[in-house]
Design a protein around this ligand. Structure first.
Ligand code: FMN
Length: 174
């Protein structure tokens, strides 16, 4: 239990990577973790594109102002969702993405969630580059690499966001 909680706190957004490949086995482990996520009615509306090629990563790095780490990462995993399969595709694919980020932290890899959804222009650029069928929506990009920066584990716990019994009741009991 403590190990699980430690891993959750250890996961941080890592945006700097050293030049070292991520192995096929590691990518496989990340995808297996992603697809272990819960999904509404177990419909699993996700699909993933694994992008290793430098030119493609460079283009993803220019998708928007905060995507530049895609160019430096060893691999970028693109998370897709299929609204025809499930109306809960955003929630399901977000759960898969968080699992992927946690697995990366567990493997001592660095990763970060790079938003695509709900920005239509960014989605169109990714769709064109990776030849993604119209049926799928693009949730996010996850650049993954060996970390070149360290960040301390932390929670963002705020007692003011916790209510007991009724909204506005800030203490248990009483
Ligand atoms: C939906 C979502 C979109 C995000 N988009 C980006 C992004 O485009 N670029 C980026 O560098 N970080 C992005 N992040 C990462 C957040 O900036 C990061 O999680 C937040 O600053 C907290 O830091 P931590 O992940 O280290 O705890 C995104 C996170 C989420 C959940």
């Amino acid at each position: 239990m403590t190990e699980t909680l430690d891993l959750i706190l250890k996961r941080r957004s890592i945006r700097e990577y050293i030049k070292e490949p991520v192995t096929d086995e590691q990518v496989d482990a990340l995808l297996r973790a992603a697809m272990a996520a819960p999904s509404a009615n177990d419909l699993r509306p996700w699909a993933f594109v694994v992008v290793c090629e430098a030119e493609q990563r460079k283009t993803l790095g220019k998708i928007h102002q905060w995507s530049d780490m895609c160019a430096k990462a060893a691999v970028v995993i693109v998370v897709l969702g299929d609204p025809e399969t499930s109306q809960h595709w955003v929630e399901d694919c977000s759960a898969a993405t968080e699992n992927l980020l946690l697995a990366a932290a567990g493997l001592d890899l660095g990763a970060v969630w790079v938003a695509i959804y709900p920005h239509a222009d960014c989605e169109a650029s990714v769709r064109l580059l990776l030849e993604i069928p119209e049926q799928f929506r693009v949730l996010c990009l996850v650049p993954v690499g060996h970390p070149a920066e360290t960040k301390p584990p932390r929670t963002r716990y705020e007692a003011s966001k916790v209510h007991f019994g009724k909204f506005g009741k800030m203490a248990k009991g009483g």
